[in-house]
Design a protein around this ligand. Sequence first.
Ligand SMILES: C[S@@+](CC[C@H](N)C(=O)[O-])C[C@H]1O[C@@H](n2cnc3c(N)ncnc32)[C@H](O)[C@@H]1O
Length: 230
Amino acid sequence: MMNRLKAIRLLMKHKNLKNYLEIGVFNGHIFFRIKSIFKIAVDPDFTFDKLRILGKIILNPLNIFNKYFKKTSDHFFSNDAASLLNNNKIDISLIDGMHEYDFSTRDVENVLEYLSKEGVIIMHDCNPLTKEAACSFEQWKQRDFEGTWNGDVWKTILYLQCTRQDVQVFVLDCDHGLGFVTKTNEPSKLLPYTKEQIQALTYEDFDKNRAEFINLKSPDYFYDYFKIKQ
Ligand SMILES: C[S@@+](CC[C@H](N)C(=O)[O-])C[C@H]1O[C@@H](n2cnc3c(N)ncnc32)[C@H](O)[C@@H]1O
């Protein structure tokens, strides 16, 4: 079954993508498994210590080169990204930090600034299946962080489809909705909503228009789009 780790590994292998950035890393479940000498981890609240890093270096020696930024993605982009990435573009990025529209939109727009021409952005949590999973961070906090929380990252996918002719966007129907964002030379056709209209949309609106709002595709579409043999 397709998931974020499999997608990252396939893209790195078949598309020669190397430099990796993960926003929202948590315990490094995905991050430490990626094989690259240029990997950047950004999270204000990593849940691993030096001992776990050491163990992960033994399992995957390339982890010795990892760069860790214990801060929000906004701080990373305002303070560190330019010096680190201007001459070393990002080829593949997993965006999985704060799952709220404004935050995930800033994250994807910031990563696009530093993305190589053939680079790929993967956004986690784009397809919430219930209203509860699509709630705000504050509501999730009020229920003691219980249950799945995808937030409204789906609005960022819709926003990109309404504002960015220079990118192509789709979401695979697996792993909480895996959003893919790539650059394109042929201008994409835009959907007609403004940023504010998108902000005002409810989960019910999303549920009625799911396929269009996030350009939802079956997991196998990944192989067609990236021209990778199954
Ligand atoms: C769902 S977890 C990430 C899981 C990880 N990417 C994986 O695939 O296993 C979300 C992480 O985002 C981090 N986070 C929250 N707000 C953030 C922000 N503004 N910038 C970067 N990371 C953030 C949290 O600390 C948390 O560790």
